[in-house]
Design a protein around this ligand. Structure first.
Ligand SMILES: C[S@@+](CC[C@H](N)C(=O)[O-])C[C@H]1O[C@@H](n2cnc3c(N)ncnc32)[C@H](O)[C@@H]1O
Length: 316
């Protein structure tokens, strides 16, 4: 489907939210430690350690945010983290509140907003001289509640490829940032180099099951397979100094069981399997395990080149 900025499918957003809520806990336990590799790259290349107003969208369950807040957030800076999933923000709260090394320091300030962040939110009101301020709450990447030009750094690790209309996300990122702001996005890479996911998707397709697409019909591989097309779109919108490169983010699963469990229960694949008759879902689970052993797990060690992602950095 041809998309343009402003085409917003409200019904679809409810479904996206509901499916992420369902597997958020497994994602938190097994996946987010792996995607930290990409987040780290974004922090370095957006100079997050020198930024004052950082927005991290689709933050997940808070591991990355806590890492950023504890290791490089400056005093006098604000980190605002948002996600569409209540479960994710619930775990975010647990993570921060459970971390005494963050909460017990007098220069740190944590604010968790209940429910959707209200339109017109300005992070300036959370800024406190000499303190590191962290704010989290619910928001949709495609329609952010923040006032224009609120942030000087925008981070989106592994979300642009799965939102319904990525043009809305790109346009909102520009709107809420100040001139000179830095951007960091990541998306999945080329399917042939994303074996940890393609392994599952090839099994789905062999069994006549479609992989999960966004409501508008995009697969998560679509943006990362053609960086130049994405660059042209971003340049047309006004992004400057765009840099793109592929980087491996290989998952460090301990054994095939952990792989199969995480990849089928801790990602959007769970939503696909839960719609199938139990017998067919069981067949697919068994085949995914076999496929893993064939392609990546002969000696129970994953092929070290199995998850390519596209890093995108830019400036406003
Ligand atoms: C692949 S996870 C990435 C989480 C984290 N950034 C990471 O790197 O591990 C995708 C996240 O995007 C969130 N998400 C999906 N669609 C969204 C949307 N339209 N707006 C905001 N968050 C969204 C999900 O709830 C989930 O936490």
């Amino acid at each position: 489907m041809e998309q343009s900025v402003g085409t917003y499918n409200a019904e679809a957003q409810k479904n996206i939210k509901a499916s992420w809520d369902k597997f958020a806990r497994v994602y938190d336990q097994f996946i987010q430690i792996n995607t930290l590799q990409l987040f780290n790259t974004l922090l370095v290349h957006t100079h997050a350690h020198q930024r004052k107003r950082i927005l991290e969208v689709a933050c997940g369950s808070g591991m990355h945010s806590l890492y950023l807040a504890k290791t490089m957030l400056q005093r006098g800076a604000v980190l605002v983290s948002t996600d569409i999933s209540e479960e994710m923000i619930g775990m975010y709260k647990e993570k921060f509140e459970g971390d005494e090394d963050f909460t017990q320091l007098k220069n740190n300030k944590l604010s968790i907003i209940k429910g959707d962040i209200e339109n017109g939110f300005n992070p300036e009101s959370y800024f406190e001289d000499g303190k590191r301020s962290v704010v989290a709450g619910l928001a949709n990447n495609e329609a952010l509640p923040f006032t224009d030009a609120s942030f000087d750094c925008y981070l989106a690790n592994l979300s642009l490829m799965l939102v319904d209309n990525h043009l809305n996300q790109l346009s909102e990122a520009l709107r809420v940032t100040q001139p000179g702001a830095t951007f960091g996005f990541t998306v999945w890479g080329r399917r042939e180099f994303v074996q940890n996911m393609a392994c599952v998707h090839d099994v789905f397709e062999r069994n006549g099951v479609n992989i999960k697409k966004s409501p508008s019909g995009k697969t998560p591989y679509d943006l990362g397979k053609d960086p130049e097309a994405l660059r042209a779109v971003m340049e047309g919108m006004g992004y400057k100094e765009i840099r793109m490169w592929y980087q491996k983010c290989n998952f460090a699963f301990k054994d095939p069981e952990e792989y199969v469990f995480s990849i089928l229960e801790g990602t959007i694949n769970k939503a696909v399997l839960s719609e199938l008759p139990e017998e067919q879902a069981a067949k697919i689970r068994a085949e995914v395990r076999e496929e893993y052993m064939k392609r990546m797990g002969g000696d129970h060690v994953m092929d070290p080149n199995h998850f390519e992602c596209l890093i995108i950095t830019a400036k406003k």
